[in-house]
Design a protein around this ligand. Structure first.
Ligand code: UDX
Length: 451
């Protein structure tokens, strides 16, 4: 790729959890390939295992931040609020240090939409800033809609089935009942975060890790609503494949996959923070066993509260048909010819990665925007099955067979493969995401040369 932006620096500020670090580091890699120098600002406790994967990047520490362990104890909303309160001043110090070190070579600060404290430093040092939305465009639309609601009125209105089923802003099939509020704690606090996220302050553009072939309606809506440039330049995992895994990948599962029949395996992962109840895990284990399909199951340490692993008799039964690992090289798994389907919590990265390989999905979202993604997977792109209600073994068995064995699943796979082609075309030369990245680069260079 051509290098045009030699020696101009971009400072990246990721939210320090896996699902946000990954796309930010991929964005950094994509911009680095365009010739920018990249500096990543992270809290002292929240280091990415960086140097071996990102040799050209500089990493700096925001001293006063909140350790990632508090994400679990506080919950996402309170964690984000605390992180933003704590980090504003120390990030200013961090930028002041960088300016002393490098002179005025910082062209832009790109920060995760949840790291909105960054804007104060950008404003103080008159550095252009750009917001990075690592989730879907539709989720960002929802944030805009939610930020305008009156909490008391909404809580009453949403009890009415007519309101629940009303389509939001002509964005079919998005309905009011789908607004991603569940599992986010008290609505009032969550809406405060939505207001912070949609308040662009002095930021001059928004980057979104999506492609117009997936979310054209939501993107058009956002372009009108936000009144600043919007760059849908994803999926970044196709443009830049650098890995920034915080956990060690167990590659033995690839050897196990090599021994399985084509498109026979169901891959199961609930992302980097999801938890499952023991009862649900046991029903899943039996349902998977009864489906007669081989399965590759990621069970992260700590993801089943109260038990470190499956009970022995279940482990034995599971090991007859399946392979269990603590953390998998997910992109390599999804590209493997043995994989026929993905049982996912529908985090946005997993959703993009699955579509990017044409793999249909069983959707079992936990909360927030994962439910939104699941609705799009099932009803808009029609590449998956949404499992609702309590998980029981019969339902698991049926879902796996529908996806992997039945005609219905073949249709989903065909549509997923069509989307895969569209996604790949969008990041190739002349595609919409490719052009959006180029426009972003031009924009940053122009802002810098005018400063
Ligand atoms: C979080 C939120 O929960 C999610 O809803 C939001 O969209 C992004 O931030 P997370 O739950 O971890 O993310 O899910 P997801 O977005 O799917 O990201 C997980 C990442 O971990 C993916 O990039 C996936 O490839 C990677 N992963 C997961 C592995 O590399 N190995 C694994 O075994 C499991």
């Amino acid at each position: 790729m051509e290098k045009r932006a030699e020696k101009i620096r971009i400072v990246l500020v990721p939210l320090p959890i896996q699902g946000h670090i990954t796309p930010m580091m991929q964005l950094g890699q994509a911009l680095n390939l365009k010739g920018f120098s990249i500096t990543v600002a992270l809290g002292a406790f929240n280091r990415v295992s960086s140097s071996q994967h990102f040799p050209g990047f500089q990493f700096v520490t925001i001293p006063e931040t909140v350790p990632i362990s508090q994400h679990d104890t506080l919950g996402v909303v309170e964690f984000v609020v605390k992180l933003n309160k704590t980090s504003e001043e120390s990030f200013k110090d961090c930028i002041a240090q960088l300016l002393l070190q490098h002179g005025n070579d910082i062209a832009c600060i790109i920060y995760d939409e949840l790291m909105y404290f960054s804007e104060a430093a950008a404003k103080e040092f008159k550095i252009p800033s750009v917001i990075f939305t690592t989730g879907s465009a539709t989720n960002h639309v929802c944030c805009c809609v939610l930020s305008k609601l009156n909490v008391e009125k909404f809580l009453i209105d949403i009890e009415d089935p007519e309101v629940q089923n009303k389509v939001v802003e002509n964005l079919h099939p998005l309905k009011y009942k789908d607004l991603p509020t569940s599992g986010m704690g008290p609505l009032e606090r969550f809406l405060e975060i939505c207001s912070e996220v949609v308040n662009k302050r002095t930021a001059s553009a928004v980057i979104i890790n999506t492609s117009s072939c997936l979310e054209s309606l939501s993107l058009s809506w956002l372009k009108k609503e936000l009144k600043i440039p919007v760059y849908p330049l994803g999926p970044l995992h196709i443009t830049a494949s650098a890995t920034s895994s915080l956990l060690e990948e167990d590659r033995s599962c690839i050897e196990w996959l090599n021994k399985q029949k084509p498109r026979s395996v169901i891959y199961i992962s609930v992302g980097s923070i999801g938890h499952m109840e023991t009862k649900e895990v046991l029903e899943m284990a039996w349902g998977l066993y009864d489906s007669n399909q081989p399965f590759l199951w990621v069970i992260r340490p700590g993801s089943i509260p109260g038990s470190e692993s499956l009970p022995e008799e279940v482990s034995k039964m599971v090991s007859e048909r399946g392979c269990i690992v603590k953390w998998a090289p997910q992109n390599e798994v999804l590209v493997h010819p043995a994989v026929g389907g993905f049982w996912s919590h529908c985090g946005w990265n997993s959703t993009l990665e699955s579509i990017g390989e044409g793999v249909p999905m069983i959707c079992r979202p936990f909360n927030g925007e994962q439910k939104l993604n699941a609705i799009y997977i099932e009803s808009v792109w029609r590449i998956g099955i949404l499992l609702q209600g309590e998980v029981e073994r019969g339902g698991v068995e049926r879902a796996v067979k529908r996806l992997i064995v039945d005609e219905e699943g073949s249709g989903m796979r065909e549509r997923a493969l069509v989307l895969k082609e569209k996604l790949n075309a969008s990041v190739r030369s002349g595609g919409s995401s490719y052009n959006a990245l180029d426009e972003l680069v031009n924009y940053i260079e122009t802002e810098y040369s005018n400063s």
